[in-house]
Design a protein around this ligand. Structure first.
Ligand code: NG1
Ligand code: MG
Length: 518
């Protein structure tokens, strides 16, 4: 089973020289702060999602790739039971706390939002993993974990939709495990434990980002599957020579603060899609496994699987046969389209949803509204289900396109078909999932009118970044248009440095790793 790579000096990083210089500067900042050198580095990259948005927490496969930007922690280990965290970015002030001396797992005050909470939630899942798999290291739970000194440095833009939070959590979890003597960790275990880390800070995240950050490989995109189990499968994106394709990632510079807006945005989507799954299941009298993030109800993926396996008595789908997946997902779209009445398509009040599920409002509240706080007037159940099934259909269509493209084929046709899938995904984010923003719509419109084959919001949305498909030849035209029509217009005082950080040509990069320093 693949494990997290461990390197022994900084020259492991050959991609952008810039990162190596950052790591070196991090080492000296660590020494300045703690008057000693770190013993290792733990690093994990950001990701860009090519296609498959807001479907990972429904357990439908997605197609991201790891990027060159990353979060890296320099770490020293102590026996004093103290955790001290600093950050090279002054926005994030020094934090420290003591580990409970009785060896118990720390808890988090969710209402007191701070960057340190992302370390705390990582510490919690790492500690639980140690208790489960390596109880001897902590005397069965009676001995505290090792104390740590950490300095973090990151160049994944915060709130930029490139998953700075997942990169931060994965780097933190690996750091805690290594500090406590666990040098070898499988990608599978690390993914499993990091996927739930942010739930402890109150965001009901899916598993795409952590998995992409862990499984990333140079020059490869990733197919992330959630069923039958969570796994990242690196694969080569087809070549479109002579017109080599590139992904351009642009930050709208409007931050998506997922933590602040979770109740009306991200967490609400999790609830709406879970309710959608249960309403559809009710129609066929099916009982779903309680596999959603809410833990009290099912997911749209489990609805699809249960419908085929129990209602139609067909064999399970292993997730690999694309033709079967396309057929089943199309059927899901048909069912969703015909099932909801015109009135229901407008949206559901709490009472209407409870009635549809033949539950009391109290029972509905308990089942769907207690895991994480959400706020809404109407839940857009129909629209969210259409988004999820149509987006997964586009993921499968993208895979099909990739599989069928041969180097001798006309690359213009391939790029157009791929671009159309990206544009359709953006339209669905806009219309069905309401997770786009005026700025995201604007950058996508500018790029597609100036040489991009397709463009879409990447990551959760409501701000953050967009990904654009273009070619090496067309790249400068796309960038020129974006600078002139978006950045110069909305951010006339933006420095050259700021502009360079906002517009990034992204190559698939290596995943998480550890670097031993002595
Ligand atoms: P970003 O935009 O990176 O916060 C979030 C979730 C993903 C996925 C996407 C939407 C986290 C860590 N990640 O990504 O799991 O659901 O939104 O596709 O919250
Ligand atoms: Mg995030």
């Amino acid at each position: 089973m693949a494990t997290i790579p461990i390197y022994h000096n900084l020259s492991f990083y050959t991609d952008p020289e810039g990162n190596k210089a950052r790591y070196e500067s991090l080492l000296s900042k660590f020494k300045e702060e703690y008057k000693r050198g770190p013993s290792f580095l733990s690093r994990s990259p950001g990701r860009v999602n090519i296609i498959g948005e807001h479907i990972d927490y429904n357990y439908f496969s997605v197609l991201p790739m790891a990027m060159e930007v990353d979060v890296v922690a320099a770490v020293a280990v102590t026996d004093d039971g103290k955790m001290v965290l600093t950050n090279t970015d002054e926005e994030f002030q020094k934090e420290q706390f003591d580990l409970p001396s009785d060896g118990s797992v720390i808890s988090i005050n969710k209402d007191q939002h701070s960057w340190g909470n992302y370390f705390r939630c990582s510490l919690i899942v790492a500690h639980k993993f140690i208790l489960e798999k390596y109880p001897n290291l902590v005397q069965g739970g009676s001995k505290p974990l090792k104390g740590m000194r950490l300095t973090f440095d990151g160049n994944v833009p915060t709130g930029g939709g490139l998953s700075s939070s997942a990169a931060f959590c994965v780097a933190s979890i690996m750091a805690v495990l290594k500090a406590n003597g666990i040098n070898t960790v499988t990608k599978e275990d690390l993914t499993r434990i990091s996927v739930v880390s942010e739930h402890y800070v109150g965001v009901n995240t899916g598993g795409m980002d952590q998995c992409a950050s862990i499984y990333g490989e140079r020059e490869k995109a990733l197919l992330i599957q959630f069923r039958p189990k969570l796994i990242g499968i690196p694969f080569q994106i087809p070549s479109t020579k002579p017109e080599e394709m590139v992904f351009l990632v642009t930050n709208t510079l409007v931050q998506a603060n997922k933590h602040k807006t979770a109740a009306t945005n991200y967490n609400l989507r999790v609830v709406e899609m879970t309710v959608a799954a249960e309403i559809l299941a009710k129609k066929y009298n099916l009982t779903l496994p309680k596999d959603s993030n809410l833990k009290t109800a099912g997911t749209l993926r489990s609805f699809m699987d249960t419908y085929y396996e129990q209602y139609l008595k067909q064999p399970p789908w292993d997730g690999n046969d694309i033709a079967v997946g396309l057929e089943r997902t199309q059927e899901m779209l048909k069912i969703t389209e015909t099932f909801f009445s015109e009135e229901e398509k407008v949206g559901f009040t709490t009472e209407q949803m409870a009635k549809k599920l033949e539950m009391s409002v109290e029972h509905f509240t308990e089942t769907f509204l207690t895991a994480m706080p959400v706020r809404y007037d109407l839940m857009k159940i129909y629209q969210r289900a259409i988004h999820v099934f149509s987006e997964f259909l586009r993921v499968l269509q993208t895979l099909k396109l990739f599989h069928e493209h041969k180097p001798s084929d006309n690359s213009e046709n391939f790029l157009r078909a791929f671009g159309k899938l990206l544009n359709d995904s953006q339209r669905s984010a806009d219309i069905n999932n309401n997770s786009s923003s005026p700025e995201l719509r604007e950058v996508c419109a500018i790029s597609t009118a100036n040489g991009a084959y397709g463009a879409r919001t990447t990551g959760a949305g409501w701000g953050g970044s967009a990904v654009h498909l273009t070619t090496v030849k067309r790249l400068s035209e796309v960038i020129r248009a974006l600078k002139k029509q978006y950045y110069n217009k909305h951010f006339p005082n933006l420095s050259q440095e700021g502009l360079d950080a906002a517009i990034v040509v992204s190559k698939p990069a290596m995943g998480a790793c550890l670097v031993e320093l002595n």
